[in-house]
Design a binder for this molecule. Structure first.
Ligand code: NAP
Length: 487
């Protein structure tokens, strides 16, 4: 028997594009990518706030199958990454499989396949459903009293309004993650005044974020693809330092934490300001913030670090808990995302009608980032426990997609009709993850977006080699396989 599996991929961000191209290159062509946005890119499509720059070196922040030698800088701006992703989709010939403005409203397992319904009411049937919906997608807007009474402009960084004027205005920025730090650094020079409202300061390490890549280097690397591939390989291997920092209390972690403290001490000489900027948890516990300009921006004459909490937003500004009122024209919320809403709010129903909300009532939980008990022939790419800041997301996506192609091949060859990860294998994986998370820096007592509502760290606690071994090929003992008929 030989049949082509019908596949639907949800999402055309980094994970979705990696999946589509991997499938295509493995000889699977009957797939459709459904993307709710008006263009590809995921976070790099939705985010376009001033200052948006990727803090991962561009020569690493690329797919292994689509090397780009000629980035404009060591760290590329967001718009350039979005263009790269669009270019990959076009060049790899998957654009005609892409449907934009197509939000998936429901995906229901019928007993043998998936029925997917999109926002315009169209229906698709698929043998396999691959969810590549990402984590940093649904903007989180805090419930600040009086927010709706503000007479000026309010904008969330993840839904930036290009019409909003920033120059010459009095601005307040709430939030001090990677986004808040980038937006404050970008807007301070042109603003009349900028107040950065910081509930919990972050450690901010210095890196040459503005360093340009010489055009000549790009041209030379384009002429020498083997050298370029070697550089990519070296960077991938070199990024192991991030794993060493994250996973165990190694010397590398000690040195990196020293560096973070030194960055603050050297760049902020004023003791009062430095105290206000000093976090009460270990460096690298939260997703590490990288910047070459924030400390300079916050020291500027027209900038102020505000550590008093927000009491209320008023028509003219923000009243603080210390009774002071800051008058502003523009309020920017750099307050992050609902990070554990993978796939929601779609109505996702697996075997026997079980909903993802019920399956994940105690928080997101999967097997090796990619399979969920109760949801046959569904796989996630960059699903629960995916790495952030320790292993390349492109690498992880490609690896997971290749893992999924094993199942597609077996379906094509008529070996299996449906495949579902067992509860036992998932429980064991999650128990092992909990143990492995113990000595990680992520578990050293900070409040971060990695934590689920239940207080679990939703991240990858292993190195790249372990990831590659776990996703090398499926282990049949961990799955219920079904041939001919339902599960
Ligand atoms: P985030 O790290 O979750 O930060 C959200 C910020 O909002 C925190 O400082 C939080 O304070 C604050 N906040 C939330 N509610 C608040 C309230 N009611 N009052 C005051 N402050 C409030 O979000 P993010 O900065 O958007 O970054 C998310 C992730 O996106 C990053 O960690 C990174 O993985 C990714 N990112 C990457 C880049 C890049 O260059 N590669 C750039 C931007 C973002 P608390 O800490 O006190 O909760």
């Amino acid at each position: 028997m030989n049949r082509e599996p019908r596949v639907v991929i949800i999402g055309a961000g980094v994970a979705g594009i990696a999946t589509a191209v991997t499938l295509q290159r493995a000889g699977f062509h009957d797939f459709t990518i459904l993307e709710k946005g008006s263009d590809v890119g995921g976070v790099w499509h939705w985010n376009r706030y001033p200052g948006l720059t990727c803090d991962v070196p561009s020569q690493l922040y690329q797919f292994s199958f689509a090397p780009k030698p000629d980035w404009s800088g060591l760290f590329a701006p967001g718009a350039e990454i979005q263009r790269y992703l669009r270019d990959v989709v076009d060049r790899e010939g998957v654009a005609d499989r892409l449907r934009l403005d197509a939000e998936v409203r429901s995906a229901v397992f019928t007993g043998s396949s998936w029925r997917i319904t999109t926002s315009d009411g169209s229906e698709l049937d698929a043998d396999f459903l691959i969810s590549a919906t990402g984590v940093l997608h649904h903007p989180f807007t805090p419930d600040i009293p009086g927010l709706d009474t503000f007479a000026g402009d309010v904008v969330h960084t993840a839904r930036w309004d290009d019409g909003v004027v920033t120059d010459g205005r009095r601005i307040a920025v709430v939030g001090t993650g990677s986004t808040g730090v980038q937006v404050v650094s970008a807007l301070q020079p042109g603003s009349a005044h900028i107040s950065h409202l910081v509930r919990s300061p972050q450690w901010i390490i210095w890196a040459p974020m503005g360093l340009r890549q010489p055009a000549l280097l790009g041209r030379l690397l384009r002429k020498a693809p083997a050298v370029h591939r070697r550089i990519y390989g070296l960077l991938l291997r070199g990024s192991r330092i991030l794993t060493d920092i994250a996973l165990r209390p190694t010397r590398q972690r000690w040195l990196a934490q020293r560096y973070a403290r030194l960055c603050l001490r050297i760049q902020v000489r004023d003791h009062e300001l430095r105290d206000s900027l000093t976090p009460d948890y270990e460096p690298f516990c939260k997703r590490q913030v990288v910047s070459s300009s924030y400390y300079r921006a916050i020291r500027a004459e027209n900038a102020e670090l505000v550590t008093s909490s927000i009491d209320q937003v008023t028509p003219g500004g923000i009243r603080l808990s210390d009774g002071r009122e800051i008058e502003i024209d523009l309020l920017i919320l750099a307050t992050g995302f609902h990070t554990h809403h993978y796939m929601r709010p779609m109505n996702l129903r697996g075997r026997d009608g079980i909903s993802i909300d019920d399956a994940w009532a105690k928080g997101p939980r999967g097997y090796r980032m990619t399979a969920i008990p109760g949801f046959p022939n569904l796989f996630t790419v960059l699903g629960p426990n995916s790495p952030t800041g320790s292993v390349s997301l492109q690498y992880s996506s490609e690896l997971t997609a290749r893992y999924i192609t094993h199942w597609l091949r077996r379906f094509r060859d008529g070996e299996v009709d449906t495949v579902e990860v067992t509860e036992e294998a998932t429980a064991k994986f999650n128990d092992d993850v909990a143990v492995a998370l113990g000595p990680t820096v992520l578990n050293t007592g900070c409040n971060s977006w990695y934590l689920t509502d239940e207080g679990n760290v939703d991240l990858w606690p292993y190195d790249r080699k372990t990831m590659a071994a776990m996703l090398h090929r499926p282990d049949d003992r961990d799955f219920h396989l079904q041939k001919g008929g339902g599960l």
